[in-house]
Design a protein around this ligand. Structure first.
Ligand code: OSB
Ligand code: MG
Length: 368
C-alpha cells in the first residue's frame, strides 16, 4: 500500500449533556478525524484527544500539530506500508499515543477495506454484539444523578459507572445503590485520590461495586498495589496502562485485578489486542473504555470489545447517549447490547453532509 497523504479534520460536535469528571467538564466533543488516502483506497481514524490536556498530556491542537509535522511525514519512507508497519516507523517519536493511534487506525482501516476484511475479524472477535454499560458524569446534586441513572437503566444499560472525586464519592454511590438495588455498579476516580486518601477509599467496600477504576495517579502502580491489599473491591486501571509493557508491570506488581483497554491511550488497536492477550493469559478480565467517540471511533471500539477477553460491559454506549446527531449512522442499544459492525475495515464511513456541518477546519498533509 502506498500512502498519498492524510487529511486532518478538526471536528466539533455538541454533546447532549455536559460530561463532568474530576479533571474537567466537556460540553462539546472537539477532536480530530483522519482520512488516510492510499493507492488502494481510503481509511478513517479518530483521535481521542480533547480540547485541553486534562486526561493525558495530549490535546486536539497539539495532536494535529504533531501529526502534520512529524507523524504523517514519518511514514513517507516506508515501503509496503500496512497497519503493522506504522508503530515501528513512528517509534522514535516519544509518547503522543492518542495521535499515533488515530493515524494507525486510519491506515489499518484503509488496509482492511482494500482486502475486504472487517476489523472485528482481523482482531479476532468472537461475538456479533457486545454488552454495554454507561459512564455517568459528576452531577450537581444527588437527585439529578438519580434521574440520570434511572434514564440509563430504562434504556437498558447493563452496568452503571459513576465518576467520583474526593467530596463526590460515598454519598452518590450509596444513593444509587439504595435506590436501584442489585444493579452492576462501578466507579471511576480518574486518578483524583492520593495515597493519604486510602482510608477513605476503603469505605467504598460497603457498596458491592464491581470495580474501582484508577483511584490513584497514573504513575503510582505501587500505591495501587498497596491499596489493593486492603480494599476488597477489585481495582481496575485506566490511565496507568499505556502499553502492553505497562500492563505486564501492573499485573506483576498486583496493582490491578481488571484492566480498562482504551485503544487510543495505548497507541492503537494492535497494541490494545496485545494487552488483551496478555490479560487473558493472566486471567485478568478486560473491558473497553471510551473517550466520547463519534461513530468512527465507536465502530472500531465495538470490534475490539467483541474479543473473547472482554468479559465485562464496556463504555461503548449508544450514539444517542453522546450526540443528538453523529457523523455516522447511529449505533443503537438493543437489550443492553450494540451490534458489531460487519463491513470491511471499521465498517462505517462519515456522512459527507454531517461531516461538513461539524468540521471546523481541514488540513491536507501530503506524503512524499
Ligand atoms: O476515564 O474513562 C474515562 C471520557 C473521557 C476521558 C476519560 C474517560 C471518559 C469516560 C467516558 O469515562 C467513556 C465514554 O462513554 O466514552
Ligand atoms: Mg477511566
Amino acid at each position: 500500500m502506498k500512502l498519498e497523504g492524510v487529511e486532518i479534520l478538526k471536528v466539533s460536535i455538541p454533546l447532549v449533556g455536559a460530561f463532568r469528571t474530576s479533571f474537567g467538564t466537556e460540553a462539546v466533543r472537539e477532536t480530530l478525524l483522519l482520512r488516510a488516502v492510499t493507492d488502494e483506497g481510503e481509511g478513517w481514524g479518530e483521535c481521542g484527544a480533547s480540547e485541553a490536556p486534562l486526561y493525558s498530556g495530549e490535546y486536539t491542537h497539539g495532536a494535529a500539530d504533531v501529526l502534520s509535522r512529524h507523524l504523517i511525514p514519518g511514514l513517507s519512507g516506508v515501503t509496503d506500508l500496512d497497519a503493522h508497519s506504522v508503530a515501528p516507523a513512528l517509534s522514535a517519536f516519544k509518547e503522543n499515543r492518542l495521535a499515533k493511534a488515530a493515524l494507525e487506525t486510519a491506515i489499518l482501516d484503509a488496509d482492511l477495506r482494500a482486502r475486504g476484511i472487517p476489523l472485528s475479524y482481523a482482531l479476532g472477535a468472537v461475538r456479533q454484539s457486545v454488552a454495554c454499560g454507561v459512564s455517568v458524569g459528576i452531577a450537581d446534586s444527588i437527585p439529578e444523578l438519580l434521574d440520570t441513572v434511572e434514564g440509563y437503566l430504562a434504556d437498558g444499560y447493563l452496568r452503571i459507572k459513576l465518576k467520583i472525586e474526593p467530596g463526590w464519592d460515598i454519598e452518590p454511590v450509596r444513593a444509587v445503590r439504595e435506590r436501584f438495588g442489585d444493579i452492576m455498579l462501578q466507579v471511576d476516580a480518574n486518578a483524583s485520590y492520593e495515597r493519604s486518601d486510602i482510608d477513605d477509599l476503603l469505605e467504598l467496600d460497603a457498596f458491592a461495586l464491581s470495580l474501582v477504576e484508577q483511584p490513584l495517579p497514573a504513575d503510582d502502580l505501587l500505591g495501587h498495589a498497596m491499596l489493593g491489599r486492603r480494599l476488597s473491591t477489585p481495582i481496575c486501571l485506566d490511565e496507568s496502562i499505556l502499553s502492553a509493557r505497562a500492563a505486564a508491570t501492573a499485573i506483576d506488581l498486583d496493582a490491578c485485578r481488571i484492566v480498562n483497554i482504551k485503544p487510543g491511550r495505548v497507541g492503537g488497536y494492535l497494541e490494545a489486542r496485545r494487552i488483551h492477550d496478555l490479560c487473558v493469559a493472566h486471567g485478568i478480565p478486560v473491558w473497553c473504555g471510551g473517550m466520547l467517540e463519534t461513530g468512527v471511533g465507536r465502530a472500531a471500539n465495538l470490534a475490539l470489545a467483541a474479543l473473547p477477553g472482554f468479559t465485562l460491559p464496556g463504555d461503548t454506549s449508544a450514539s444517542e447517549r453522546y450526540f443528538a446527531e453523529d457523523i455516522t449512522p447511529p449505533f443503537r442499544l438493543v437489550d443492553g447490547h450494540i451490534a458489531v459492525p460487519t463491513g470491511p475495515g471499521i465498517g462505517v464511513t462519515p456522512d459527507p453532509d454531517l461531516l461538513a456541518r461539524f468540521t471546523v477546519s481541514r488540513e491536507w498533509v501530503p506524503v512524499a
